[in-house]
Design a binder for this molecule. Sequence first.
Ligand SMILES: Nc1ncnc2c1ncn2[C@@H]1O[C@H](COP(=O)(O)OP(=O)(O)OP(=O)(O)O)[C@@H](O)[C@H]1O
Length: 554
Amino acid sequence: MNKKRNGWQVMYGLIGLIKPLLLPMTVAIIMGTAGHLCATFITVLGGYGILSVLGLFSGMAMKYITIVLISLAVFRGILRYSEQACNHYIAFRLLARIRHMVFQKLRILAPAKLDGREKGNLIAIITTDIELLEVFYAHTISPICIAVLTSGFMVWFIGKRHIFLGLVAFLGYFLVGILIPMFNGKLGAKLGQRYREKFGELNSTVLDNLRGIREINQYAQIEQRKNKMNQKTEDLKAAQSQLKRLESWQRVMTDISIIGTGVFMIIVAAILEQQGKIDFSESLLTVIAIMSSFGPVAALSSLSNNLHQTLASGNRVLNLLEEEAVTKEVDDGNEFVAGDIQCNNLTFYYNKGKSTQILSGLNVHLKHGTIIGIHGKSGCGKSTFLKLLMRFFETTEGEICYRDTNINKINTKSLRAHIAYVEQETFLFHDTIENNLKIAKEDATMEEVISAAKKASIHDFIEALPQGYKTIVSELGSSVSGGEKQRIGIARAFLKDSDYIFLDEPTSNLDSLNEAVILKTLKKEQQSKTIVLVSHRRSTMNITDTTIHMEETV
Ligand SMILES: Nc1ncnc2c1ncn2[C@@H]1O[C@H](COP(=O)(O)OP(=O)(O)OP(=O)(O)O)[C@@H](O)[C@H]1O
């Protein structure tokens, strides 16, 4: 799903995600605004103090001015601290909330979503994009609101002396807080994006070099790889210095605009004073007030470079959260009952209309209690067929029935609970071997775990490890071979002890000795189970009762 939204729509959508946190956010914004106003009025009150000493102001005794000044300074400190504390609370809570929402969504979208070619994108969304949203919530929304509120208040305060003065203040804030950021945003968006691209390129070159260090040594590529990395570093440096130049230019423009507004204010105040519309003290206080109140709007000018990227991240997160599952889970259907599997006129496309057909009119009958072998040329759809039997994807046409019940009418959880599916790649978690096996059956006893490992011909290997079944997988590093991983995957399937076992190339990395042990176990287990075996190996296919030649059926 790739819906494009404009900046406002993204902001609206992102604010909608954090409704429960709107209250603390509002409190943080109010405290931030009050804190900035305290800081401004410390200077303004200082002006009143000077006027009072000069005998030009008698509205408040010096003693009270001093008390209010000290109180404002204390409040400023308290408000700043509370605003920061509030912002940190919000930042952690909202990241946790959005991560939770994304993972909940992934549970619905998986496994089809995780099966596809978008894994890389998903990882980027889960890591970088969500992280960047913190910038949006804590460092974009809040500063914008604070800038609007403080400058609104100051326009009113200054405008109370004379409407023209209020107008000058409004124009100054508008220039610094809106026009300059918008102008810079246009210039900075491209440079910012270029910088991030170059940063990403350097990162992946470094990672590539680390991962491929063996190949680099083996093929004497050190010099070439070093030159490539230096080139990427130079590119990054160039992009960075362009961005820095723009940032300096932004600062200069902002400072000139602030000083320009101050000068303009002095001129307008002087004219009004000459015309007798305001007195000297009012014009002095107006100039002090405007010059000391630009902090919140000036902060907006630095937002613009990142805003583009932040909103793009927001758009991707919103897209993921709005995505509909390719295959909706059935939870109001029938409980699973084991029996023969019948596929009638099975047809399947991964993306309807867009890509090529994978299966076309497949009719097969998989008898319960037998071993069925599937073979065919690479890419003809063997693994896809198993995924359809697992209901990772819905069939495009035709039907799959388990004991005469259409797969779409069986509760998905119940269906998958009765099938052990071993994919071509086995993933091992950073945990003990025992726990890695037990993910197939959490409450398994040690005897059951060992028995499953023996059936998969991996028990001896585990026993020979220094801590046996308690060995942490990652401590073995890359010393777990492809064949050992594969046997751990198969042991999981034996431990699950379900009615159906679907094995996708289970023996591709095994020597004939281990293969023989596993095939013997499968033959033994067959009476009570349906075993579907996808394999290119003749020796493995020898144990099957029936064989389906995939290319012949498509
Ligand atoms: N999630 C997916 N989205 C789109 N196309 C896919 C997806 N998964 C697989 N394909 C494509 O579907 C076709 C069949 O893939 P499949 O993995 O089922 O083949 P296979 O017969 O198991 O191949 P092999 O023997 O090489 O494992 C291939 O062209 C593959 O690139």
